[in-house]
Ligand binder design. Structure first.
Ligand code: ADP
Ligand code: ASP
Ligand code: MG
Length: 481
C-alpha cells in the first residue's frame, strides 16, 4: 500500500509517466528532436520529464571547478565558455523568435552566475562538496531550461520546473538523501497543478536543495534517482529511464559487444545489479519505485520502439540466478584487532565509517579481523586514525568486484563452482556471499576484470546457444568506471 496521500483528479489510475533522459539522450539537436518525438508518443498519458545535463557537461564543470580552485581561472572560464556556446547553438537550432530571446537571456544569466562562482572559487580556493554541488547543478539547470523550451517550440505544452524547489534533502553534499515527507509534498504541490492544466513539467535530474535552500546533488548518475523520487511522489504508472543502450543488458556492451538485453527483472535483482556498479541505473533508483510498486523501464532513446527492460516486483519465475556483475575502482580494506578477539571492534568500526561518511560495499568478518570493500579511499586515513590503538587498518587500491546476482543464487552451489573453474587462473582475493541471498562476489585485480567478465559472459551466454539459460543466470555486468 502506498504511504503517500494524494488529493487530486490523479488520485487513481491516472497515467502519469515519468520519463528520464540521460546525458546522451539530450547531447545534441538530433537527440533532443528524438526526445520530442518520444514525448509526443506519450501525450495520451501525463508525462513528466526529468533530464540530465548534456553528455560530458558534469565532468567539464567538475574540471572547471578544479582548475579555478587551483588558480587556473583562465582555463576554467574557457571550459564553461565551451559549455555556454554548445547550449547557445542548441537553443539556436531548436528554438525560434521570442522564445529564443527569453531562453537566451535565461542561459546568459545562469552562465554569468556560473562564471562568478568560478571567480569566487579562484579567490577562496575552497572547492568543498558544498561548492561542488552548486557548481555541478548548473548542468541540469541549463539542460532542463533548454529541453522545456524545445518541447514548447515543438507545440507541446511544457514548463520548466526548478527541481531544487521540489526535492528536499539532507545536507550530505555530493550524495544527499531526500527528506521524503517534504519532498513528496513539494512535488505534489508543484507538479499536480501543471499536470491538471495539461502541461508537461520538465525538471533537471540530480539536483536538489536542503530545507534552507542550499543546493545539493544526489550523487553522480543521480538523475535516475530523481525520476524515481518524482514517480513515487506522484504515484506514477511507470518510470522510464531513456538511455543509450537497449535496456539492462547481460553485461556492459562496451566490454562485451555480444551482451543481450534482459527483458524482465525483479526490483531486487535490478537493485543488486545497480548496487554492484551497473552504471545504467543509479543504485538508489529502485527503492522508491519498489516502495510504491511502480514499474521501471530502461529504454533506448536511439531506438524508441524497442521493448527494453521491464523491472517490476515480480521475480522471473523460479530461476535462482539472474545476473553477474562487476564493479571497478574498489579498495580492499583489512582491519585487524590490536587486542585479539574484541567484541567492541564491530561497533567501533561501524561508527568510524559512519562518522566519515564512508559507505561499505561488502564486508566479511572473522574473530578479530574484518575485510571490507569501499568505493573511495578518501576517508580511510581518518578512519585509521580514529581506530588507532583499537585496530590496525590497511588497504589496497585498484581492485574490482565481480558479482553474480540472482534470486536464490546461493542455493545453487553448481553456479559458484562453474564460475570459479572459469577464473581459476585469475588471482581471486576475497570471496563474499551476500549481503542478500542474491549475490556471490569475488575480488580481482582491476586489470583482470574485463577478462573475468568476458569469460563469464562467454560461459553463461555462449553465442552458439542464444536461448540457453545456465541455471537461471541471465546477466553479466561490468561497470565502465
Ligand atoms: P545515461 O547518461 O543515459 O544516464 P549512463 O552512461 O549513466 O547513461 O548509463 C548507460 C551506460 O551504462 C551504457 O552506455 C553502458 O555502457 C553502461 N552499462 C554498464 N553496464 C550495463 C548493463 N548491464 N546494461 C546496460 N548498460 C550498461
Ligand atoms: N549529470 C549528472 C552526472 O553526470 C547526473 C546524471 O547524469 O544522472 O553524474
Ligand atoms: Mg546515468
Amino acid at each position: 500500500m502506498s504511504g503517500i496521500q494524494r488529493q487530486s483528479r490523479f488520485e487513481q489510475g491516472d497515467d502519469v509517466v515519468v520519463m528520464k533522459f540521460g546525458g546522451t539522450s539530450v547531447e545534441d539537436a538530433a537527440a533532443i528532436r528524438r526526445l520530442i518525438g518520444i514525448v509526443e508518443d506519450r501525450r495520451g498519458a501525463q508525462p513528466v520529464i526529468v533530464v540530465s545535463a548534456l553528455a560530458r557537461v558534469t565532468d567539464q564543470l567538475l574540471e572547471s571547478g578544479n582548475a579555478a580552485a587551483n588558480g587556473h581561472l583562465g582555463s576554467a572560464l574557457a571550459t564553461v565558455r565551451k559549455i555556454y556556446v554548445r547550449h547557445e547553438e542548441l537553443a539556436d537550432s531548436l528554438v525560434d523568435g521570442s522564445a529564443y530571446g527569453s531562453l537566451d537571456r535565461a542561459l546568459r544569466t545562469e552562465f554569468q552566475a556560473l562564471e562568478s562562482l568560478l571567480h569566487d572559487l579562484e579567490n577562496s580556493r575552497e572547492f568543498d562538496l558544498r561548492v561542488q554541488d552548486r557548481l555541478l547543478g548548473f548542468g541540469e539547470c541549463f539542460s532542463s531550461k533548454l529541453v522545456a523550451e524545445a518541447l514548447f517550440e515543438a507545440g507541446i505544452s511544457a514548463a520548466y520546473v526548478d527541481a531544487r524547489l521540489c526535492i528536499a534533502t539532507d545536507a550530505r553534499h555530493g550524495q544527499a538523501s531526500p527528506l521524503w515527507g517534504l519532498t513528496n509534498q513539494r512535488i505534489q504541490e508543484t507538479l499536480m497543478p501543471l499536470l491538471e492544466s495539461g502541461c508537461i513539467p520538465v525538471l533537471g535530474g540530480f539536483i536538489a536543495s536542503t530545507v534552507e535552500g542550499v543546493p545539493t546533488t544526489l550523487g553522480r548518475g543521480g538523475s535516475d534517482f530523481s525520476a524515481a523520487i518524482v514517480g513515487a511522489a506522484l504515484g506514477a504508472a511507470r518510470v522510464e529511464i531513456w538511455t543509450d543502450v537497449d535496456g539492462v543488458m547481460t553485461t556492459d556492451p562496451k566490454i562485451c559487444p555480444e551482451a543481450r538485453v534482459i527483458p524482465k527483472m525483479s526490483f531486487d535483482e535490478a537493485a543488486d545489479l545497480a548496487q554492484f556498479g551497473a552504471k545504467v541505473l543509479h543504485p538508489a533508483t529502485l527503492a522508491p519505485a519498489m516502495r510504491e510498486n511502480i514499474p521501471v523501464y530502461v529504454l533506448n532513446s536511439r531506438r524508441p520502439n524497442g521493448s527494453g527492460t521491464e523491472i517490476t516486483a515480480r521475480a522471473r519465475g523460479d530461476k535462482p540466478v539472474s545476473a553477474i556483475t562487476a564493479k571497478r575502482n574498489v579498495a580492499a580494506v583489512e582491519i585487524e584487532s590490536a587486542r585479539g578477539i574484541d567484541s567492541n571492534l564491530l561497533d567501533a568500526v561501524f561508527a568510524a565509517f559512519e562518522r566519515h561518511h564512508c559507505s561499505v560495499d561488502v564486508m566479511a568478518t572473522s574473530p578479530g579481523r574484518m575485510s571490507l570493500l569501499v568505493a573511495s579511499t578518501a576517508a580511510l586515513p581518518k578512519i585509521a586514525e580514529d581506530l588507532c590503538g583499537l585496530a590496525d587498518v590497511r588497504w589496497e587500491n585498484h581492485r574490482a568486484l565481480v558479482c553474480l546476482v540472482g534470486e536464490n543464487i546461493r542455493h545453487k552451489p553448481e553456479v559458484a563452482s562453474k564460475v570459479f573453474a572459469a577464473v581459476s587462473d585469475i588471482d581471486v582475493h576475497m570471496l563474499c556471499q551476500g549481503p542478500s541471498d542474491r549475490t556471490i562476489s569475488f575480488l580481482v585485480e582491476e586489470s583482470k576484470v574485463e577478462e573475468a567478465v568476458e569469460r563469464l559472459h562467454h560461459l553463461f551466454f555462449p553465442k552458439s546457444e542464444p536461448g540457453r539459460d545456465w541455471g537461471g543466470i541471465s546477466a553479466a555486468y561490468c561497470q565502465a568506471g
